[in-house]
Design a binder for this molecule. Sequence first.
Ligand code: FES
Length: 127
Amino acid sequence: MPTVTFRGREIECKEGETLRNVLKRAGLSPHNGKTKTFNCKGFASCGTCAVAVDGEVSDVGIREKGRLLTPPHHPNYDLRLSCQTKVLGDIEVEKYPGYWGTKIAEGPLPPVDEGDDDSETSEAAAD
Ligand code: FES
């Protein structure tokens, strides 16, 4: 049973489970700020569920690749859409600040137990 490590938490899941679903089931979110409510619900169109993933996951699909090539995303960010990513083994996941989670230079968000730091500092225009 794979383990997902995210913001100081460890969550066990079924192999092949979608990463976004794993996080949400655990009461966590791959989204920042208002995108926790306003997102495409897993259809690879909004791009706000983007996270950095280290570990064994599914390959990038055509829809996901297309969204990650569309600004404000950029292929150099090396992010994945959690709604399109299947967990295949133990993985470590980081979420970055910003509306789309693309403020990589600011570093990943801290453990959830250290506070919810992704409040409304994430205006779309600033990302
Ligand atoms: S939830 Fe919109 S792209 Fe993943």
